[in-house]
Design a binder for this molecule. Structure first.
Ligand code: AMP
Length: 311
């Protein structure tokens, strides 16, 4: 791609160099960022247009493999300065990332320009980035069917009002349970989700790390577990990978309903289960479509049981 074709799924977010420490090892300046993890997953299901910025230090050839998966990289600009970088550490509780350093670098001067052939994408994912830039991107899309937003504590704490302004313009929020509590100022997730829905979104998906996800709308609640893996190396990007599997699946089906959203939640969970098996974007870079099907079958078996008959 990259040839000006209209795309189904647009993502705006970060492409980063991450330094990550988990109990199982440490990696420095590896590929990461919300938009990159997202795209790495979504591109198994649909064509994706990515809008992001990197610095002059970024090796663009390292993400060239995405072109073979129908990713249009023409929305990535190269800014003056260094690439956005994030350093984080996890203890034995892999659900809790401790941010050691966030260097915004080129993000500080970034104004996302959505290329013309991305503007009528039906599915739009505003990955974790400055909410001001998320609003700027929303204003450029013309006919969105579904706009989904993710964020994190960094932006909730630094730009709460702008984040709430962005939330008013979207259809769905996908965030960690801790972030849901922080945004809604409610301890109870169900109560918190309803409070946020009153501001606009029709669906809230709360990511709960190894406990899976909780999807809520005004009328429904749906739960999906996380696939129980024996080896989890690095949870970084699991949330974005979930969102990528979720949105990629939905964009491919092309229909947003209660049923397709639940299927998409399952597909997101399947994709996230791969991401945590290796550092950075490595596991999904080499993933085969056959492996996705196998994991889906194993995943489904985890919560199938014979109906209980009440006498
Ligand atoms: P996740 O583990 O799915 O929540 O996302 C991890 C990715 O988010 C990492 O690869 C980071 O580069 C990126 N990231 C960390 N902090 C921020 C931030 N404040 N804004 C945007 N992206 C971030």
């Amino acid at each position: 791609m990259g040839n000006g074709n209209v795309i189904k799924l647009l993502v705006v977010g970060t492409v980063a160099y991450d330094t990550i420490e988990t109990p199982f090892g440490k990696v420095e300046n590896v590929l990461g960022g919300s938009a990159l993890h997202f795209t790495n997953a979504a591109s198994f299901f649909t064509d994706v247009g990515i809008v992001a910025t990197v610095g002059r230090d970024f090796k663009l050839s390292a993400i060239d493999f995405l072109k073979d998966r129908n990713v249009d990289l023409s929305g990535i600009t190269v800014g003056e300065g260094k690439t956005f970088s994030w350093s984080g550490r996890y203890g034995y509780d892999l659900n809790q990332a401790i941010t050691l350093k966030t260097e915004l670098n080129v993000i500080e001067e970034f104004k996302p320009i959505v290329p013309g052939h991305f503007r009528n994408a039906a599915f739009v994912f505003l990955a974790n980035i400055d909410p001001q830039l998320q609003i700027h991107a929303i204003n450029q899309v013309t006919t969105p069917t579904l706009i989904v937003l993710d964020t994190m504590n960094f932006w909730i704490e630094h730009k709460y009002d702008l984040l709430m302004e962005a939330i008013e313009k979207i259809h769905m929020l996908i965030i960690n349970e801790a972030e849901l509590r922080e945004i809604s100022k409610e301890h109870n997730l169900v109560r918190g989700a309803h409070k946020i829905m009153a501001h606009g979104p029709s669906w809230i998906i709360a990511k709960r790390g190894e406990y899976g996800v909780l999807m809520m709308s005004e009328k429904e609640v749906f739960l999906a577990p996380a696939f129980p893996l024996e080896d989890v190396f690095d949870p970084t990007g699991a949330g974005d990978t979930f969102a990528g599997g979720f949105m990629g699946y939905l964009a491919n089906v092309g229909e947003v309903s209660s049923e397709t959203i639940k299927q998409a939640v399952v597909m997101g969970s399947v994709m996230a289960s791969f991401n945590v098996e290796d550092f950075s974007i490595n596991r999904l870079k080499h993933l085969k479509y056959e492996e996705i099907k196998e994991r889906y079958t194993a995943f489904k078996r985890c919560y199938e049981f014979k109906d209980i008959e009440f006498g």
